[in-house]
Design a protein around this ligand. Sequence first.
Ligand SMILES: Cc1cc2nc3c(=O)[nH]c(=O)nc-3n(C[C@H](O)[C@H](O)[C@H](O)COP(=O)(O)OP(=O)(O)OC[C@H]3O[C@@H](n4cnc5c(N)ncnc54)[C@H](O)[C@@H]3O)c2cc1C
Length: 538
Amino acid sequence: MGLWLDESEDLLSERAAQKLGVTVSDLVSVRVVRSVLDARKKGSPRFIYTLEVEVAAGRAPEALPPDVSQAPPLPPPPRPVKEPELRPVIVGTGPAGLFCALGLLERGVRSILIERGREVVERRKDVAKLMRDGTLDPESNMNFGEGGAGAYTDGKLSTRINHPLVRQVIETFARFGAPGRILVEGKPHIGSDLLPGAVANLRAELQARGCEVLFQTRVEDVLARNGRVAGVRLSDGRELPADRVVLAPGNSARELYERFAGDRLVSVEAKPFALGFRAEHPQSLIDTIQYGRAARNPKLPPADYKLAENLDVDGQVHGIYSFCMCPGGIVVPTPTEEGFQCTNGMSNSRRNARFANAGIVVSVSVEDFAREGFHGPLAGLELQRFWERKAYELGGGRFIAPAQSIPDYLAGTLKRKPGETSYRPGLAHADLNRLFPARLTRALKAALRRFDKKMRGFASEAGMLIGIESRTSSPVRVTRGDDLQSVSLPGLYPAGEGCGYAGGIVSSGIDGLRIAEQIAVELGGEPGGRTHGVPGEE
Ligand SMILES: Cc1cc2nc3c(=O)[nH]c(=O)nc-3n(C[C@H](O)[C@H](O)[C@H](O)COP(=O)(O)OP(=O)(O)OC[C@H]3O[C@@H](n4cnc5c(N)ncnc54)[C@H](O)[C@@H]3O)c2cc1C
């Protein structure tokens, strides 16, 4: 049911009763299960609600209107399985690792989680240092540490995938302390200020129920015996025996993927991804473009956008799109290695920063890697590193990001110095045309011009590009079969974004849950319906 901005939510009960042909007093309860802002009609946005209502016994209408259905019954909780002698080892405490551990616990299986970085609260200090003066801790940063790349992210829980477990992931975050509103928001968003708390609570529950978590411990290699996984070797030299290892180290665990490609024990292949820039605009400009005359209405959240174009450049079709849009957010440095520059975006729960940012990226395929001279399973990773190195040099070091206004980038000029920005440790005025192969630059420019037609003012002087956005998803895939195990090393379960099976917090969490379910089934459990469907990329 829709409500205009000047209508109150109190009207919902009345309208629900009308729709069902009953009186308001016949309704035992009315609960908003989803509310979505419909801003397609410029100047007249409205909220669309999905409600769950309970009608008093004997008062339910005989026939339901076409857009009303009976609420489905809750599925029964999964049954425990016999715990194996050796605990499963999980590499990484990002969403894939944490949700896998939680899924295993639901089945009565305790695991050992290994995390190279620091606990989420300590990690905050390392992230702050990087933003203050460009001092990078290669083991504890925006990508590495408890909670993974997910912990200090924006915490947008919207996903393009349509999987029955989406709801479970969102409910789990709410159960561990994320704001309850995420249960009803059409585009649920936790915020970088609240997400670490939920991650810490989730981990505390895992520990309280018998899981072990080793922090500041890096997995250096996967061990094998008789053609099957036999454990992991840790950075302190210890070998941890395991006959099931869930590999969820995220998209920046480069040295692990290099090791796999080098010794060929674990099969890895190159995977397409996308790269480009972060675009930053004043939030007020985006609000005006998206909401028109309603822009200042206090009921409206800071506006977001989603842009995409498929363009033929020199006979090759490129997909160019906005990625991980953060209304009221900041642009952040996300490197994991000294000398390589990359960025991403995040926002706090209130989304009250003065800027809006989004990645503007072009997809790059295995053929693109080859055209640039990169071949083999690590071709994408090498291309990613190559452009991150160039961006670092263009910025002049210490993770100062090269930046250029959008009109200057389009014209190949350097007329206007970067103005105010949210990016720390700072910007260097530079010609971003010096980055990326000419073909990709042409595609990005053509798309920016089209985006400006869809959102008038997007390519105006108020818009700035900040270099570079390169870790949109993993440049490798650790190949696995239908049993979710590595095709070359049984007992190894490649998981989440880094191994090429997810592209965001929710899809990574779902992938972790699916692997937990697969392991439970192998341990003799009944399938709980979680192993169906591949989450895939967002
Ligand atoms: C700044 C930023 C903002 C983002 N915003 C959003 C958003 O709003 N919404 C969204 O859906 N997605 C967002 N993402 C992407 C999202 O964070 C990832 O898709 C998701 O975290 C991937 O989950 P994962 O568990 O597969 O890997 P990760 O979250 O990357 O976790 C991997 C973990 O493994 C650890 N690790 C790595 N190597 C080793 C090793 N050798 N030994 C032991 N541990 C290791 C790492 O320290 C890390 O903790 C954002 C990413 C960033 C960087």
